[in-house]
Design a protein. Structure first.
Length: 204
């Protein structure tokens, strides 16, 4: 289980973005998180993935701290995939930095073999996002923080991406936190939902 207990965080000491956040994400569970722009959704996602350190409170995985090195079992997927890749690497190197997924999985995520020899700037945002999602599914990853990952995709590609991710997550018992402004999407995907407002999480 991935747990946050009484998290506090602020970029300035006198102003907290997150006041007192406690939540838990179980293996195999899909949890939704909504909130207005600037409410701190991405900040919370980065905290849960260990990319930021809380000013107060703790984050646990199975009762212990997140590992300080090596592959993190919690992966944060940002809305803008170009910010998560090395622009000087070809796509194959970006993907294989984490693992070498089988051809069937490449097909399931709609990834064309020709993409692998290109540089990130040669792909559309949606194409690159699919690469980043698949990269994050490396063996050893147990939780995904999906931060508005389908916002830039057309409706058909959105459905295909979520279906592929849902199938993989159910098979491997991955816990997924879906961060989105799209309440209909959250209702469709998630068993439980929270709304982040004024630094607090409210159950929907």
């Amino acid at each position: 289980m991935l747990e946050a207990q009484h998290l506090q965080f602020g970029f300035r000491p006198e102003q907290l973005v997150l006041n007192d956040i406690s939540l838990a994400l179980s293996e195999g569970e899909w949890l939704g998180l909504s909130g207005d722009s600037g409410a701190g959704k991405s900040t919370l996602g980065k905290l849960l993935a260990g990319q930021l350190s809380p000013k107060g409170g703790r984050i646990y995985i199975d009762g212990g701290p997140l590992p300080a090195s090596g592959l993190s079992p919690v992966q944060w997927l940002p809305q803008s995939p170009e910010l998560a890749v090395n622009p000087r690497w070809r796509v194959a190197k970006i993907l294989h930095e984490a693992w070498q997924p089988p051809a069937a999985l490449l097909h399931a995520f709609g990834i064309q073999p020709a993409w692998l020899s290109r540089f990130p700037h040669a792909l559309s945002g949606g194409e690159l996002q699919r690469i980043c999602v698949l990269r994050a599914l490396a063996p050893g990853v147990r939780y995904l923080i999906a931060d508005e990952i389908s916002t830039m995709l057309d409706p058909i590609t959105q459905v295909a991406l979520w279906q592929a991710l849902k199938t993989y997550a159910e098979k491997h018992r991955l816990g997924v936190l879906v961060i989105s402004h799209d309440t209909a999407l959250l209702k469709r995907l998630c068993q439980r939902r929270y709304h982040l407002t004024q630094g607090y999480c409210i159950s929907c």
